[in-house]
Ligand binder design. Sequence first.
Ligand code: M6R
Length: 366
Amino acid sequence: EKGGYDHFMLKEIHEQPSAIFDTFRGRLLSDKGIIKMSGVEDNMKRFLNADRIIIVACGTSWHAGLVAEYIFEDLARIPVEVEYASEFRYRNPVIYEKDVVIAISQSGETADTLAAIKLAKSKGAFVFGVCNVVGSTIARETDAGAYTHAGPEIGVASTKAFTTQITVLTLIALRLARAKGTISSSDYRLQLLELELIPDKVKKALESDDLVKSIAAIYKDAPNMLYLGRGFNFPVALEGALKLKEISYIHAEGYPAAEMKHGPIALIDENMPIIVIATKKGHYEKVVSNIQEIKSRKGKIIGIVTEGDEQVRALADHVIEVPESLESLSPLLTTIPLQLLSYHIALMLGRNVDQPRNLAKAVTVE
Ligand code: M6R
């Protein structure tokens, strides 16, 4: 049932190339240059009429929502707010009938997300679901939606659900961008072609497994870790830290790299491992200067870099390469070594990787 892998989590990490492929199969028709998603197509008027999109979710799905915020705003020029469902539902939020609310949930059963959906519906907003589990409560309660088609995710730590959620949300953003005319036809085509290459590039990123394992062995006893990223990769830093916390029980924090000097930099000394996502294009020079600041305080640097990178390699204690891609698609690649890192550390510490203490796969109560 684990397909030859020791744990569901590892199996699901390795399933990502095919899971992402399944997510865009039949939807991304690059030869025709079109994206076909009936849930979006049938409700195009609602999407185009909206002055903003509100995304509600929890945990890893909330992180996918944050990545989507960057993608929607960049490509489709629609303002996006990303809300923790648990805060949104109790905040007496301002919701307009013209709003489009996107609820993201792997299980489709998360209580807070469901309550946020009901609230948005009662105010007349159009609610769109991005779920993995077919026929789940959230899939049924939303006005329309798109499944991620990632296949069953058993490990409590979400992995392939995250990358397939980002894939679906990218497809939606691109479709809307095309409809709104906020993307040129050449950029649009490039995005489609690059998205199609992602499954192979994820496969390539998975080849870092042995290297990641050796890095895990060095840092497994650290009491704390920091994860830094900027732009599209800021939410990936949050997700990397969450993965480590939930399965290894090591305290970790994710930050936008530039926020470091507003506080967390005080934590840095020779005992602090810092994972920095420093891919090319994504404010690369700025991240390099953040790395220099860490180095002068003797922090241990693990850089997630683009293949062939030299600048970060010269500064960092370790680098893990991922293939080059468009900046907006890079989270699908940079996430991979972070998932592997938390997996190997948790395993080395003897943790229950698939069923970490105190956690449930679906949080169906408040
Ligand atoms: O099923 P959902 O996507 O609604 O679940 C949301 C969170 O409970 C979930 O992502 C949780 O944070 C995971 N354990 C993260 O790995």
